[in-house]
Structure formats: structure tokens, C-alpha cells
Write a protein that binds this ligand. Structure first.
Ligand SMILES: *Cc1c(COP(=O)(O)O)cnc(C)c1O
Length: 469
């Protein structure tokens, strides 16, 4: 499989190189040149497969030519074997034809484990074969950092540096990162905010001299492998609910548009999906696009669903590429004008095309808490605030009551106690057994000034399993 850039200028890459790439050299994002397409009969024949075997069927075409089948199968079995629920991604019913797909049974209790557990193993496999080492520098406001560290902790060929804003992530989230020790794991608390951290990562990609020739790899969802891994659970859920003979709708709590873009790809690969609901919090740039063709940058509003607090959605460019007939030059122009003005809209017929599949809703903190309380009262299920946004949006936007509506359950409620408390749900939150002693574990973290050079010097000093690069 070959991958091309959404801006049409960068060279095409194979899977292995796309795995190790960040942004394309023209500033675009990589997407498959040709999406694999499965027939309904083929998809139906996968019914009843264990998760890792289904994952093999769905993802095999994406890695062909880079990873032999037997190796890929083994990697997938290991990856999904670490999940705490035997079904890996169980469905829970809330109401007639209304479901939550629980994606939080991985090591760090958020859906990001599905992709980052795989990414760590793929990186180690490919790097061992090439005899190379890489450095990862990632910024996190919470969930990505812990999932990336868990995904890479056992990698022989990866040193990982995760930057989080000092004193601005929740205690559970911080401890999920800082209590993992290893000479290739480095937590850095930056005396600044999340944007400062993200800016440092971007600047480091732009000028990698401080790495003395070591390659820098991206772990955020601009990395194609993360999107790829997330396609699988749409197939998994649909097969449980009568698909592909019957179509299914999904509601997705959305920030950077990575998770929902995976659903869009699943549909283009042949899975009957009748509707995708973009569920956002107050940071609603995607809702403004879907409802009114206005993708305009706004200021950041901190919310009770912090993993969706974004100003722009990095993966939206991948959708724009398809909406423009995969014309990279057109996307390049749109994105540079967006960079200059902070505003973007597309021609009416392109927007209408997007609206055939996507609906959207922005949900505020008050409604989020009401939904947590309402669902708990009526079903006994405790939702995390991100999932609650998805459930509320699903109810408001669904087009058909006879089509199963699945909300992606993106995190375990114990990660977000503030929202659960505000919802007034009188249920004690308990950490799952593998994290039961999280609050007693020792922590390791380095606090650095909000200064790019200081951070890069730290990476240079420690980037080779704790030793200088
Ligand atoms: C990352 C995250 C999201 C948003 O996912 P995107 O792929 O960025 O749209 C939603 N909920 C939770 C809990 C997350 O960690």
C-alpha cells in the first residue's frame, strides 16, 4: 500500500515510512492512495471472529508489503491481549437500539490505547528490522500521554518524552504517566499551558538538529497508524448488531477528528454506516462547519471534557482532501488561506456532500452533567463526560429509531471525577484493579521552564535510554 499527502506535493511513502513520518514534507497528512474495499459477503464472513483476528482482516491491506502476515497476526494478538475485557470492545445497551461501545478497557482507560498499544509494537518491530532508534516527543493535555507511554514502555528502540502542562492535568492523568518508570521513558512538566507544549513539539519537528541524526516520530493522530487501528472497532460493533446486512449509525465524541474519521473510512471500505454524528463540547469548530459550513478558529474554552478542548482539528484536512476530489493543490490553497485568516468554508455542493453522512451537535458542560445523571438514573451506567456528550448528541441527531445507534465510549469515568461529581451521581468511583494502587505509587517527572532550548537540551542529554544522544 502506498500513502500520499493531502497537499499533493510530498513523495508517496510505503507503510513503514508513513509509520515513521510526522507531517508530510509539504505540510499535509498522509492518507492511503487507494482505500481497500470489502464486499458485504466478505465482511459477513468475519462475524464471530475474536477482536485481534478481525483486526487482521481489516488492517492487512494497509500494511501489505511492509509486514508479513504471520508477524502482523502475532503483533495484533499481543496488542489486544493486554485489554482487561475479553471482548476487548464490549457493547452495552442503554435503551432500545441505543448502545455504548466501551473503548476504555485498555491499560490507560481511554480509547487511545487501541491505537497506541499497536503503534508501540509496530514501531519496535520495524525499527528492530532496520536497526534504527527513534525519539518520540509528544504533547498531552491528558489521555494521549499516558496511552503513548504505556504503548512504548517496552520498546527497545524508542525513547519517549511526553510534555504536559505543569499542574494543569488531573491527578489521575498525571499519575498514569509519572508512575511508569523505564530508562526510555521521560515525563516533562512544562511551566506553561498545553498550547506551549504543542508548540514545542511542532518546532522540534521543524528543526531536528538537536537530535543529532536520530529520527523524530509523531504519536498524535496525524500518524496514519493511529487512524488505521481505530477503523477496526466500527466493524466489530456493526458485526455484533446485525451488520453488514443492516446498517448502523455512530455518534463520536470528537476533538481532533481522528476517531470519527476512522468511521468515515470504515464506511468507504464497504461497511454499511448510515450516519456519523460529530459530538463536540463548547469548542465547536467542527459543529460550526457541519451545521453551517464555517470552519472558523475561535478561542479555547476549558470544559469538563478536556480531551476535546481544541481550537482546530488536525485530521479535518483528511476529510477536506476527499471532499475536493483528492486534489492536493486545492487543499494546500485552502489550508494556507486558513492559516492566514483563521477561516475556511467550502463550495456549497462539497458541503452538501459531507452532510449526507455527518450530523453534529455541540454540548455544553451543563447538558453533559445532566446526561451523566439521567443515564445513571435510568440505566445504572456511569458515563464519562466525553461519552455523555456523544450519547446526548446521538439522541438529538439520530435520523432513524430502527437503526442501531452506537456511541463510542471514549473513556472510563474514573479518569474524570470532576464531571461525575458535578453531575451529582452518588456512586463512588473505583479504579480498576490494575490501577488500584495508583495513588500510592512513586512518581518521576522533570519540571522544565517554558523554553524550547531547555527542553531540547534535556532530550539531547537523555534521548538514548537515559544517556546522551
Ligand atoms: C482523544 C479523546 C477524544 C477525541 O478524539 P479525537 O480523535 O481527537 O476526535 C474524545 N474523548 C476522549 C476521552 C479522548 O481521550
Amino acid at each position: 500500500m502506498r500513502y500520499i499527502s493531502t497537499r499533493g506535493q510530498a513523495p508517496a511513502l510505503n507503510f513503514e515510512d508513513v509509520l515513521l513520518a510526522g507531517l508530510a514534507s509539504d505540510g499535509g497528512l498522509y492518507v492511503p492512495e487507494n482505500l481497500p474495499r470489502f464486499t458485504v459477503e466478505e465482511i459477513a464472513s468475519w462475524s464471530g471472529l475474536p477482536y485481534h483476528e478481525l483486526a487482521f482482516k481489516v488492517m492487512r491491506p494497509f500494511v501489505t508489503g511492509s509486514i508479513p502476515d504471520a508477524d502482523f497476526k502475532q503483533i495484533l494478538e499481543e496488542t489486544y491481549g493486554v485489554f482487561a475485557h475479553n471482548a476487548v470492545a464490549p457493547l452495552r445497551q442503554l435503551n432500545g437500539n441505543e448502545w455504548v461501545l466501551e473503548l476504555f478497557h485498555g491499560p490507560t482507560l481511554a480509547f487511545k490505547d487501541f491505537a497506541l498499544q499497536l503503534l508501540g509494537r509496530l514501531l519496535d518491530y520495524v525499527l528492530a528490522k532496520r536497526g534504527e532508534r527513534v525519539v518520540i516527543i509528544g504533547a498531552t493535555s491528558g489521555d494521549t500521554g499516558s496511552a503513548a507511554i504505556e504503548g512504548c514502555r517496552r520498546c527497545d528502540n524508542v525513547d519517549i518524552f511526553i510534555l504536559h502542562p505543569h499542574n494543569r492535568v488531573s491527578e489521575v492523568q498525571r499519575r498514569q504517566m509519572t508512575t511508569i518508570f523505564g530508562d526510555n521513558i521521560h515525563n516533562i512538566a512544562i511551566e506553561g499551558n498545553f498550547d506551549d507544549c504543542q508548540e514545542m513539539v511542532k518546532d522540534s519537528f521543524a528543526d531536528q538538529g538537536f537530535l543529532k541524526g536520530t529520527r523524530l516520530v509523531a504519536v498524535n493522530s496525524i500518524n496514519w497508524a493511529r487512524i488505521m487501528a481505530q477503523i477496526v472497532y466500527y466493524f466489530h460493533a456493526a458485526l455484533q448488531l446485525g451488520g453488514p446486512a443492516r446498517s448502523v449509525a455512530f455518534s463520536v465524541p470528537t476533538g481532533n477528528f481522528g476517531d470519527i474519521f476512522a468511521g468515515y473510512l470504515a464506511r468507504n471500505m464497504g461497511l454499511p454506516i448510515s450516519q456519523l454524528v460529530v459530538a463536540t463540547n463548547r469548542n465547536d469548530i467542527l459543529h460550526r462547519f457541519m451545521s453551517g459550513n464555517r470552519y472558523d478558529k475561535d478561542t479555547l474554552h476549558p470544559s469538563l471534557s478536556p480531551s476535546m478542548d481544541i481550537m482546530v482539528s488536525s485530521n479535518f484536512e483528511r476529510l477536506l482532501f476527499d471532499l475536493h476530489g483528492r486534489n492536493g493543490a486545492a487543499v494546500g490553497e485552502l489550508m494556507s488561506s486558513f492559516k492566514a485568516t483563521g477561516k475556511l468554508s467550502v463550495e456549497e455542493e462539497r458541503w452538501t456532500e459531507a452532510r449526507k453522512l455527518f450530523d453534529s451537535l455541540a454540548v455544553d458542560d451543563e447538558q453533559t452533567c445532566k446526561t451523566i445523571a439521567q443515564v445513571f438514573d435510568t440505566t445504572g451506567e456511569l458515563l464519562d463526560p466525553h461519552t455523555a456528550i456523544g450519547v446526548y448528541a446521538a439522541r438529538e441527531c439520530r435520523r432513524s429509531l430502527s437503526t442501531p445507534m452506537v456511541t463510542l465510549g471514549t473513556a472510563h469515568p474514573v479518569k474524570f471525577p470532576e464531571a461525575v461529581e458535578k453531575a451529582g451521581v452518588g456512586k463512588a468511583l473505583e479504579l480498576p484493579s490494575h490501577l488500584a494502587d495508583l495513588f500510592e505509587r512513586p512518581e518521576r517527572c522533570t519540571v522544565l521552564a517554558n523554553d524550547l532550548k531547555a527542553m531540547q537540551a534535556f532530550v539531547g542529554e537523555h534521548g538514548n535510554r537515559g544517556k546522551p544522544l
